[in-house]
Every structure is written in C-alpha cells, then in structure tokens.
Design a binder for this molecule. Structure first.
Ligand code: ATP
Ligand code: MG
Length: 279
C-alpha cells in the first residue's frame, strides 16, 4: 500500500487532562499505521518520556532529544531513532524538556520551534519518507502543546469514557481556535478517540453515547476498550501490537489506524468542532 498523500500528515495527540490515553494512542496508533506500511515518526513532546520508553528507548539510549531540538536548534534529523517497530521512528524526550517553557520565554518564535524543525526536516529530505508524524503532548495546554498544535495539520483528542469526559474539552477546543487565529490557520480537529471503554460498565456506554450526540462524526467509529494488555505493554518497552498482537486493544488500534488513514487530510472542518464549544 502506498500513501495517497503528498507529504507527512502531522497530528498532535492532545488533551490537557492527564491519563486519558494520549501516549497509548501515540504508540499504538503509530505502530498500527507502521503495520500498514506507513512510515511513521512519533515525536515525544512530553517530559515524562512515556512514548519513548513505550517504544523501546530507555533514558540512557535517547541521545539527542526534543529538548535539544526546541531549545538549542539541533536539527530534528539528529534526534531520530529507530524504534522497536519496523517503519516507526521516535524523536525521544527526557525530563529536561520540562525546562523548555522557561528557557524559551524570551524567544519570539517560541511557539514555532517544532514547526521550524519539521520544515527543515522535510527540506533536508532527511527522512522525507514519513507519511505520518504523531506528536505526543503533555497533559497541559502549555508551550509544548502550543508547539505541537502550531506544527500540526490536525489534532486527535483522546477522550476517556468516564464521567466528566467532556469537562475541559471546550478549553481544549478554544486553544485550538486560538492557535488557528494566531499561529496555524489551517489547524483542524482530525477526530476524537474514545478510550478505555469498559463494556461491563453502563457508564462507559452512556458517556460514549453522550459524546457522540454532542460531537457527531468528529468522533471516530472505533472505540478503544479498556484492555489490560495495553497497560502492560509499556513495561515490556513495546507497543501492544508487538506484545500481544491479537488482543482487543491491538485490534482496536488497527481499526483506528484505518480510520485515521482513510480520513487523511480531510477531517471535519474545525469550525464544526468549535461550534460545539458554544453549545
Ligand atoms: P499523561 O497525561 O500522563 O501523559 P496519557 O494521556 O498519555 O497520560 P496514557 O499514559 O496513555 O495516558 O494512559 C494512562 C494509563 O492508562 C497508563 O497506565 C496506560 O497504560 C493505561 N491505559 C491507557 N489506555 C488504556 C486502555 N485502553 N486500557 C487499559 N489501560 C489503558
Ligand atoms: Mg502521556
């Protein structure tokens, strides 16, 4: 299969709520896209470095990191490392990245640092080979998330199927709107991914129904189930797709990858999502 798209689709995986499945989605959606022969880069933009660990890069193997790229202008190409998955590369992070906000405070281009680094990666033709670039964001609407949204074509929002799932979503969508106005006019919402769906729990089903009613087809058809294999895989330093290829979580991320691939550059207009904030 070949990509139908002219250059990489750059997607920020963002939600300022902690523990909603951003990193699990970055790792396993990345692995699932790689499995269908897409060339994928995961950029770890979270100082926690969970995406780096979960893709087989322990801290002592990280070399150049996204911190060096953002604060020292190190070319992104120098930070790329092969992950444990074929076709999947990582730009790792370390805890140093938590200092980037403060270090960049006087830089007038501080929100564009990642975008500039990605432009020169593509210009250098280095791995002009990527079809998808997924950016794992920290649980905050801080400068790192702004960098991701400024560099991205679209945002995927993981939403945990629990009470208060929609809480904070309007703040997130307002940030997207702000980025559209000031930094990246073309930014779109690619889709909303329901995560940690628990079949045995009525609440999960109710929340999923509510979210679909509110957000319509912005929500991907695929629902990611709560699945213990997804949570075990990072401690084995690999995506669930390698750890247990047949588990329900791996299958769900394959289905999500198919939807993301098919949606390509043509997500729902962000305005639709933004209307929801006024609802
Ligand atoms: P943070 O905001 O801290 O970066 P996050 O949004 O990236 O968190 P994850 O790290 O992906 O969230 O997930 C939080 C925890 O839930 C992790 O322990 C992860 O292994 C687990 N988890 C994520 N998705 C699932 C799932 N579908 N089923 C079971 N466990 C999951
Ligand atoms: Mg995370």
């Amino acid at each position: 299969m070949t990509a139908q798209l002219p250059g990489p689709v750059i997607i920020a995986i963002a939600n300022q709520k902690g523990g909603v499945g951003k990193t699990t989605t970055a790792i396993n959606l990345g692995a699932a896209l790689a499995e269908i022969d897409q060339q994928v880069l995961v950029i770890d933009l979270d100082p926690q470095g969970n995406a780096s660990t979960g893709l087989g890069l322990p801290p002592d193997m990280r070399g150049r990191t996204t911190y060096d790229v953002l604060t020292d202008g190190v070319p992104l190409g120098e930070a790329l490392q092969e992950s444990c998955v074929r076709n999947l590369w990582v730009a790792p992070s370390t805890v140093d990245l938590s200092g980037a906000d403060v270090e960049l405070v006087d830089d007038p281009e501080r929100a564009q640092r990642l975008s500039i680094a990605l432009d020169s990666l593509v210009d250098a033709g280095t791995p002009g080979r990527f079809d998808f670039i997924l950016i794992d964001c920290p649980p905050s609407l801080n400068l790192l998330t702004l960098n991701a949204m400024t560099a991205a074509h679209a945002v995927i929002v993981p939403l945990q199927c629990e009470f208060f799932a929609l809480e904070g979503l309007s703040q997130l969508l307002n940030t997207v709107k702000l980025v559209q106005q000031r930094l990246n006019t073309d930014l779109k919402i690619h889709g909303i991914a329901l995560t940690m769906f628990d079949q045995r729990n009525n609440l999960s089903g109710q929340v999923a129904d509510d979210v679909r009613e509110t957000l319509g087809d912005l929500v991907y058809r695929t629902v990611i189930p709560r699945n213990v294999r997804l949570s075990e895989a990072p401690s084995h330093a690999m995506p669930a797709l390698l750890y247990d290829s047949a588990c329900a979580g791996s299958q769900a991320y394959r289905n999500l990858a198919r939807e993301v691939f098919d949606r390509g550059f043509l997500p729902n207009p962000a305005e639709r999502a933004l209307d929801v904030t006024q609802a």
